[in-house]
Design a protein around this ligand. Structure first.
Ligand SMILES: [Zn+2]
Ligand SMILES: [Zn+2]
Ligand SMILES: [Zn+2]
Length: 364
C-alpha cells in the first residue's frame, strides 16, 4: 500500500483499503483517469417548489395518504407527518411461516414499513431545513423506533433511511424518509456488530471510538522501531468534515462512495435511542452543515442516508460497549459496474483525504 499522504508525483492513488470495521468489505481507491471504470450518475435536479397541488405529501392532500401515525407539532399546521406506506415491502397483515426447503430459505416478510414526510415544503433540501426542524425530525425517528420496539417483540431492527433522487430509489419527489421494522437484523448491520464485538474482546475498546480518536489526531509521527528515526508523519485529522459539541462528521478512510460521510456521537453510545433530547440540536447542526458542504461540492447528487444503531435483539446488552451508532450518508455520483457487482470491491475514484479537504474547505 502506498502512503495516502504522500501520493505519487502526479497525485494518483491506487490501493486497496480494508474497511476497519468490516474487513470483508474493501475499497479500491483508484484516482488515475485510466482506472475509472465508472459512469457518472445523473444529477437529480431539485424540484424547489414549496407546494404542488397534486402531490399526496403536500398540505391539503392529507386524505390521499394512509392514516397519520405521528405528527409535529401536535397543534396547528403540521410540519412533519408520518403515515403508513401505501406500498409496503413488509407488512403486518402478512402473517405467514418462514419457508425452508433445502438450500432455498426465506424469512417471513413480517414487519412495518412507514413514511415520514420530513417537511411540509415539497422540495426543500435537508441543508435548507431549520436546525430546530431537523432536531424535531430526529426526535420523530426516536419516538417511532421506541413505539415499534415496544409494540412487538418480534421486531429486532428498525431501519430509518432517506432516498433522494430516482437512482437512489425515491419514487415520490416530496422530501421524505422511511422506516422499516424487521424481524431480522440486516446482514451489514450484523457484520458491523459482530466485528466490533470481536475487536472489543481483543483490544478492550470500541473500534468506532478509536476511529474518531484517530480522526481527531492532528498529526502523528511513526518512528522506525529499530533506529528510532522518523519513518513518516501522518496527518489523520484530515478525515474530519464537520465537528459539533457532541457529534462529528468524518470521511471514512475506506469510503465506498466518493463523497460518503459518516456522522457519529463523539462520546461512546451504542443506541440512537439514548441520544438525549437536548443533544438533538447539535446532531441537527452537524447534519445540516454536512449536507450544506455536500451540496456546495456535489449539488444535485442523488443520495441515501441511513441510521445504524445497536440491534434490539438478545445481544443488545452485550454489544453496548462495542457498538457505536452512526448515520451513513452515501451520495451516488457514479453507477456501479459489473466489476463492482462481480468482485464486491467498491471502486472509489476520489482520494478520500482530498474529498474530505474539499468538503472542509466549503465556506458556510
Ligand atoms: Zn409535495
Ligand atoms: Zn464507541
Ligand atoms: Zn454502518
Amino acid at each position: 500500500m502506498s502512503d495516502p499522504n504522500t501520493p505519487d508525483n502526479d497525485g494518483e492513488v491506487r490501493e486497496i483499503r480494508i474497511n476497519p470495521v468490516v474487513p470483508s468489505e474493501s475499497v479500491l481507491v483508484a484516482t488515475a483517469r485510466s482506472m475509472r471504470p465508472k459512469k457518472a450518475e445523473e444529477l437529480a435536479p431539485r424540484d424547489t417548489r414549496k407546494h404542488v397541488e397534486t402531490c399526496p405529501f403536500c398540505r391539503g392532500n392529507e386524505h390521499k395518504t394512509p392514516p397519520v401515525i405521528l405528527r409535529w407539532p401536535l397543534e396547528g399546521d403540521w410540519q412533519i407527518r408520518m403515515v403508513e406506506n401505501l406500498y409496503p415491502v413488509l407488512g403486518d397483515d402478512r402473517e405467514q411461516a418462514g419457508f425452508n426447503f433445502g438450500l432455498q430459505q426465506t424469512i417471513d416478510g413480517y414487519g412495518r414499513h412507514e413514511v415520514i414526510i420530513d417537511h411540509h415544503e415539497h422540495g426543500i433540501a435537508v441543508h435548507d431545513m431549520a436546525e430546530s426542524h431537523l432536531a424535531a425530525l430526529f426526535g420523530i425517528y426516536q419516538t417511532r423506533m421506541r413505539q415499534l420496539f415496544a409494540s412487538d417483540e418480534r421486531l429486532k431492527y428498525v431501519l430509518i433511511f432517506k432516498n433522494f433522487g430516482p437512482a437512489a430509489g425515491a419514487s415520490i419527489p416530496h422530501t421524505h424518509s422511511q422506516v422499516i421494522a424487521m424481524p431480522v437484523v440486516p446482514e451489514n448491520v450484523d457484520a458491523e456488530v459482530r466485528n466490533s464485538a470481536a475487536h472489543y474482546a481483543k483490544h478492550h475498546h470500541c473500534i468506532f471510538c478509536a476511529l474518531i480518536d484517530e480522526a481527531l489526531t492532528f498529526e502523528a509521527t511513526i518512528y522506525d522501531r529499530s533506529s528510532g528515526a522518523v519513518r513518516r508523519k501522518i496527518n489523520v485529522g484530515q478525515y474530519v468534515v464537520e465537528r459539533g459539541e457532541k457529534f462529528i462528521a468524518i470521511k471514512p478512510f475506506a469510503s465506498r462512495y466518493e463523497w460518503e460521510v459518516h456522522i457519529l456521537p463523539l462520546a461512546h453510545q451504542a443506541d440512537f435511542l439514548d441520544v438525549r433530547g437536548e443533544d438533538l440540536a447539535d446532531l441537527a447542526r452537524v447534519m445540516q452543515r454536512t449536507m450544506a458542504r455536500l451540496d456546495a461540492v456535489i449539488g444535485g447528487a442523488q443520495y441515501n442516508f441511513f441510521l445504524h444503531s445497536v440491534p434490539h435483539d438478545s445481544r443488545r446488552q452485550a454489544n453496548a460497549p462495542s457498538y457505536h451508532w452512526h448515520l451513513e450518508i452515501c451520495p451516488r455520483t457514479s453507477i456501479p459496474t459489473g466489476f463492482e457487482l462481480g468482485s464486491g470491491l467498491f471502486v472509489n475514484t476520489i482520494n478520500p483525504e482530498q474529498a474530505a479537504e474539499r468538503l472542509r474547505a466549503v465556506d458556510l
